[in-house]
Ligand binder design. Structure first.
Ligand code: AMP
Ligand code: MN
Ligand code: MN
Ligand code: MN
Length: 280
């Protein structure tokens, strides 16, 4: 039943490679009927996506994936059903993009010091004036034959201890959840199995998130293994969080999974879309 739902997708408004309308077309062709566009720290792609979704007869929830710093580490919180016109949400996202702009220049400076010049300029060109993600730097380095793959670039240049690493200074968890709920949306912890957290730490994240007004855990993610999905189903139940599903699709050949290939939710979860949360 979750196969025709996908609540985590990226377009060229952030670090995806398909324009919002193209993404909607590909999703509809893959049989997805209910979906959310969740670009990093921006709602810029939503208007174009909504128009395409209407034309294609698919149900689109306006979404966003907000970068959060929690206990010194980066956590992503997806907002579903947010009103993109909400002023507090937009102020919050604008602040994150300001940090992104500074960080992109800083990554460029650090890579230049390491003997790789001009990466900021190239990443900016690749992002076509929209927000710059580390993914853009990764694609630039692959293009310049400095690494084999995007994943290889992250490992060698962009993560902690590597020459192009710049620590994140993103939104506090409670603030990000507040922007989402204040804009009428539902907050969901994205790809929870990807964080380097033990059970107890993940439980604490989930509890703080719930206390702040968060309602969902992305139990099934395109970046999870089958075991991760099962474990996260148990965490969702223990924490009293609803279960969401999302491919985290970034474009053809860019992601772990092609569209429409998400496995179903493990038994025992309460799907986010069956409660009142995303009904309408
Ligand atoms: P940013 O928000 O600019 O720091 O970039 C984070 C994005 O980089 C994520 O949303 C992923 O799309 C991508 N990413 C992060 N880590 C990796 C990795 N190890 N391999 C490939 N892509 C990654
Ligand atoms: Mn991304
Ligand atoms: Mn993410
Ligand atoms: Mn994502």
């Amino acid at each position: 039943m979750s196969l025709d739902h996908d609540f985590h997708l990226h377009s060229t408004a952030s670090d995806g490679t398909l324009a919002p309308a193209q993404l909607m077309e590909r999703a509809a062709l893959a049989g997805i009927r209910t979906l959310a566009l969740t670009d990093h720290d921006t709602t810029e792609g939503l208007a174009e996506a909504a128009e395409a979704a209407r034309r294609l007869g698919v149900r689109l929830f306006p979404g966003v994936e907000i970068s959060v710093t929690w206990n010194g580490m980066t956590v992503h919180v997806v907002g579903l059903g947010v009103d993109p016109a909400d002023a507090a949400l937009q102020r919050g996202l604008a602040g994150l993009r300001e940090f992104r702009d500074w960080r992109a220049e800083e990554i460029g400076r650090r890579l230049a010091k390491d003997g790789i010049p001009e990466t900021f300029e190239q990443a900016r060109a690749l992002s076509s004036g929209r927000l710059i993600s580390r993914t853009h730097f990764a694609r630039v380095l692959v293009e310049r034959n400095l690494a084999e793959s995007v994943r290889d670039v992250f490992r060698r240049y962009l993560v902690r201890g590597r020459p192009g690493h710049v620590p994140g200074q993103w939104a506090p968890l409670g603030e990000a959840v507040g922007w989402i709920t204040g804009a009428g949306g539902q907050a969901v912890i994205a790809h929870p199995a990807r964080y380097p957290l033990n059970r107890g730490q993940l439980r604490r994240l989930g509890q703080e998130f719930r206390a702040a007004g968060g309602v969902g855990l992305e139990v099934v993610s395109g970046s999870h293994s089958a075991d991760d999905n099962r474990l996260m189903a148990i965490h969702a139940q223990g924490l009293g969080l609803l279960a969401s599903v999302g491919s985290d699709y970034h474009g053809p050949g860019q992601s772990y999974l092609e569209l429409g290939r998400l496995p179903p939710l493990p038994a025992g979860c309460t799907p986010l879309w069956q409660g009142e949360a995303l009904a309408a």
